[in-house]
Design a protein around this ligand. Sequence first.
Ligand SMILES: C[S@@+](CC[C@H](N)C(=O)[O-])C[C@H]1O[C@@H](n2cnc3c(N)ncnc32)[C@H](O)[C@@H]1O
Ligand SMILES: [Zn+2]
Length: 171
Amino acid sequence: MLADLFEVKETTDKGKGLYARQLVPMGTIICFESAGYRIIPAEEYETMSDLAKEHVYQRVDGTYLAPSDDSKYFNHSCNANVLDSRLGFDIVVRDIKKGEEVTYDYRAFSFKEMECHCGAKNCCGFLTYEHPAPEKLRLFWAKKVDSALRQVNKVEQPLGEKVRYRIGVTE
Ligand SMILES: C[S@@+](CC[C@H](N)C(=O)[O-])C[C@H]1O[C@@H](n2cnc3c(N)ncnc32)[C@H](O)[C@@H]1O
Ligand SMILES: [Zn+2]
């Protein structure tokens, strides 16, 4: 389930992408896998066209998942503004300005190996996947996610009750 804060627009060189309709502050929980996301059996995945595979990712447990919402339009950045928290949801790790592209780090799961055009200073150039991810990358993510988690109760949470239920906060 993706928070209703984004719109799909054409990027200059990566097909479609997701853009913030308003400022989305660090600490905002914007997405989690929901029941509507379809688990695709490996045998079915093997028969899918490359085009259909574009919106399917492989989780670290090996299963394939097809999001049913606009989260399928997340493009990758090696310095993403949204990361997998490892707590069952994706979190904004630095303020995303209105009109800015929302990006995710595909290396948290598996997708196709490809040249990266993210333009970040720390761009890896070519995307490959390793699980667990290299220590340097895990530390890079962990630092950002930790700082963002400290903001969770200080910013408005658009997924509201659904997030509280998800992360087990009862108060
Ligand atoms: C999950 S889709 C993302 C949405 C996609 N842009 C679209 O129009 O449907 C993944 C595809 O987006 C493009 N893409 C995403 N991030 C990219 C990046 N950092 N560099 C180059 N291409 C990227 C690649 O074509 C990739 O196969
Ligand atoms: Zn990159």
